[in-house]
Ligand binder design. Structure first.
Ligand code: FAQ
Length: 311
């Protein structure tokens, strides 16, 4: 019997053969990837803002150099991801338009403010830590260009997570005021980081299909649990606590139990009503508008060059 295109496609997925841009793929697979990869790209670009905010105020030359490198890495991640999404037939202009018009989502986490220097360390430890937990499995996702981009992204995220933890470790050995600042930053960033993994499995509309297509390898709740288990141990090294009275080691499950997530807050932030949503989008739109002359100049230069080559 001859196989249908759909069967050939699913067969490749089941046999761990990567799907490449020119291969036939179901339209829904293409759209799911465009949605996820572009949201991911937007997150990287918007994610530069909360940290970029501290570059001019980093407490030493060393910290400034590290932070600059990290924020530049995020820009690079955004660019690899936009390029991966473009292979699916959407243009970069369309994706930017979706972001600037408020139509596209980006990670909820970047709508929270970075109030003190300790927040920068907490973002590295917790936000990049959560990002790696979610992204390492994405290195094995079924779409070739996305999977290959993620390999490089993950190497850099791992540096980001470590620099964050190390900077918190220094604060943890500092003055009482520094220790207080550290604990307060952890208190602010813990729950939003736990929310980064998305809705719980029973409220996640895309999970079942994305697992079948091997875009996702683990469910939102599985990854969240791994993250909680790791952080519950690491926080002890900082001599701090996580702001969850229900956090408790469970001998029977071999995992930490943790408290109820505030899903109302999560959906408010996702739907545009978080503490910094407006500020973040305004900053992106301004950057886009103020960059118009650069795009114009580059296009004029390219047109002239093309003309010169033709004659
Ligand atoms: N925020 O059915 P599901 C970083 C939406 S790391 C906002 O579970 P799915 C590194 C979801 O889009 C952050 N929206 O969806 C960095 C969907 O809405 P839609 C970026 C969220 O796709 C660190 C709806 O809820 N990482 O940037 C969130 O199967 C430091 C239903 O959800 C990635 O994007 C959320 N937290 O699973 C940069 C990783 N969670 O589209 C700078 C790739 C869910 O129907 C500084 N993405 N939603 O309107 C993924 O792995 C997946 O897309 C999930 C969501 C796991 C995020």
């Amino acid at each position: 019997a001859t196989l249908t295109l759909e069967e050939v496609f699913q067969d490749k997925i089941d046999n761990e053969i990567r799907i490449e841009p020119k291969d036939w793929m179901p339209e829904a697979y293409r759209q799911t990837l465009i949605r996820q990869i572009s949201q991911h790209a937007h997150s990287e670009i918007i994610g530069m803002l909360p940290e970029g905010n501290w570059i001019t105020r980093a407490p030493s030359l060393k910290r400034k150099a590290i932070l600059l490198a990290k924020v530049q890495d995020e820009a690079g991640h955004g660019l690899y991801l936009y390029a991966a999404a473009e292979t699916l037939g959407i243009s970069r202009d369309e994706m930017y338009d979706q972001l600037h018009s408020g139509k596209a989502k980006y990670s909820s986490i970047f709508n929270y403010p970075t109030l003190t220097w300790a927040d920068i360390g907490a973002v590295g430890w917790l936000v990049d830590g959560a990002a790696i937990m979610n992204q390492v499995p994405l290195c094995r996702n079924s779409y070739g260009p996305y999977a290959r981009a993620m390999v490089r992204v993950c190497k850099e995220e791992s540096f980001h997570q470590r620099q964050g933890f190390e900077s918190l470790l220094v604060l943890s050995k500092g003055s009482p005021a520094q220790k207080r600042m550290l604990q307060e930053a952890i208190n602010r960033w813990w729950w939003p980081s736990v929310m980064m993994f998305g809705p719980s499995d029973d409220a996640s509309p895309h999970s079942a299909q994305s697992m079948k297509w091997k875009i996702k390898r683990f469910s939102n709740d599985e990854l969240r649990q791994k993250f909680v288990d790791i952080c519950a141990e690491q926080v002890k090294i900082l001599g701090c606590t996580l702001p969850d009275p229900d956090l408790k080691w469970n001998e029977a499950t071999g995992h930490y139990d943790f408290g109820e997530i505030n899903w109302k807050e999560f959906w408010e932030v996702v739907s545009g009503n978080g503490p910094c949503n407006k500020q973040r989008l305004d900053a992106r739109r301004n950057a886009w508008d103020e960059g118009q002359w650069v795009r114009d100049a580059a296009s004029a230069h390219a047109a002239k060059r093309k003309q010169r080559m033709a004659t």
